[in-house]
Design a protein. Structure first.
Length: 144
């Protein structure tokens, strides 16, 4: 099992690089990276977030998030505003322009996702998702 698991995880790492490249290529035509997309998606799904919450959503390091946010702000897709619950802190929210961009980008993401998963039956995908969620949970625990 250990040898098979090791080989499987090597394949997972290799596949993750390929998938990242595929998604970045699709998003490049929109002037966006996967990380910018993930950030905006987090804001769409969760609403305004503190920078520390964005770091957690992305599973990223604290140093890279400010650069991502600066670019999104410069391009008018996100903005920092005072936190309604705590006036001493700031939150990041998606702008109307960011929402418009996401509607368009989501179509490209859906197409790429369909292309990548077309060979999986519903039960295959459910098993894949279940196993991946367990690996993600373990990785988060080990990382911290």
């Amino acid at each position: 099992m250990a040898r098979a698991a090791y080989r499987t995880f090597l394949e997972l790492m290799r596949c993750a690089k390929w998938v990242d490249t595929i998604y970045n290529r699709a998003l490049k035509t929109e002037g966006m990276t996967v990380t910018q997309y993930e950030t905006l998606l987090s804001l769409v799904e969760a609403g305004p977030l503190r920078q520390v919450d964005i770091v957690e959503c992305l599973g990223s390091d604290k140093g890279s998030v400010p650069r991502i946010l600066e670019r999104l702000e410069r391009e008018g897709m996100a903005k920092r505003v005072r936190n309604k619950d705590d006036a001493r802190s700031m939150v990041v929210e998606i702008t109307p322009e960011g929402k418009r961009k996401m509607v368009h980008v989501l179509e490209k993401i859906r197409k790429v996702t369909r292309d990548l998963t077309q060979e999986l039956s519903e039960s295959d995908f459910d098993a894949f998702e279940s196993g991946l969620n367990k690996v993600v949970k373990a990785a988060r625990e080990i990382r911290q």
